[in-house]
Design a protein. Structure first.
Length: 260
């Protein structure tokens, strides 16, 4: 009988404890009478510094810290305005440079057109201007010569013509300019070798790292004053490597200054 009474008392105590647990607030915020919804409404209304965990935040900042905060805010605003002004200046300068480049290009095209305006269309087709435009010095070098196809075998010695027995599209622009200057000064010449593939370079016995592989070397034969051509090539600033094989056959490239 005593055992049943004790068991009944234990069950009643457990039920009472469970009911009180459901009725009591689960957190301090609930104990203070704040719910999640009311806390978020106050947070949105007053800003991040107004409430912390549902309680009003007391301001303990001194006057000096407030002044420092105002200075920081003003400094940030100044930096932002400076960045905005800098971006605007940069865009304006970029537009100005673009307009200047466009004006330079259009001016060069009009000059080239006026140079050939007095000639007939057939002569313009057979005549080319060998020009190298240097961006650093804004200077163009040119010599007007008449070109022929690869099948050309002979040209008069005094006409200043160039016979291309090799491709000219892959050749370095500075070497092209030198070729045309030699042709205009000393008479006709024939270009024998410009660019080579690696297999072709091995077949002809070229160096492993030959400048012909990159289009920075050319072999040609002149039919005029060989001694004058040799002197001109040795003193030309665009020529790096120089070799005279004899019989008017020359090799020039854009590598380091050397002879062999």
């Amino acid at each position: 009988m005593n055992f049943l009474m004790k068991a009944r008392a234990f069950v009643l105590a457990a039920l009472l404890a469970v009911s009180m647990g459901f009725a009591l607030p689960s957190t301090d915020a609930n104990a203070y009478g704040f719910s999640y919804k009311s806390t978020m409404e106050k947070y949105r209304a007053g800003g991040p510094s107004s409430y912390v965990y549902g309680k009003p935040k007391t301001s303990r900042r001194s006057a000096s810290s407030k002044r420092h905060g105002a200075r920081r805010t003003a400094s940030r605003a100044g930096h932002k305005a400076h960045r905005k002004t800098h971006r605007k200046t940069y865009r304006t300068a970029k537009r100005s440079r673009k307009a200047t480049r466009h004006a330079h290009k259009s001016g060069r095209k009009s000059v080239r057109k006026s140079r050939t305006a007095h000639r007939s269309s057939s002569k313009r087709r057979r005549t080319r201007t060998a020009s190298t435009y240097r961006k650093s010095q804004r200077m163009s070098l040119g010599a007007s010569v008449t070109t022929h196809t690869r099948s050309a075998t002979h040209t008069p010695r005094s006409s200043g013509k160039v016979s291309w027995s090799a491709s000219s599209g892959c050749l370095n622009g500075r070497l092209k300019s030198v070729i045309h200057q030699v042709a205009s000064r000393y008479g006709s010449l024939r270009v024998n070798s410009t660019c080579r593939s690696r297999s072709r370079n091995r077949r002809v016995g070229g160096a492993r790292h030959s400048h012909h592989l990159t289009g920075n070397a050319v072999d040609f034969r002149v039919f005029g004053n060989v001694r004058a051509v040799a002197s001109f090539l040795r003193s030309n600033g665009s020529v790096g490597g120089y070799k005279h094989y004899g019989g008017g056959l020359f090799h020039i490239d854009t590598g380091p200054r050397r002879t062999w």
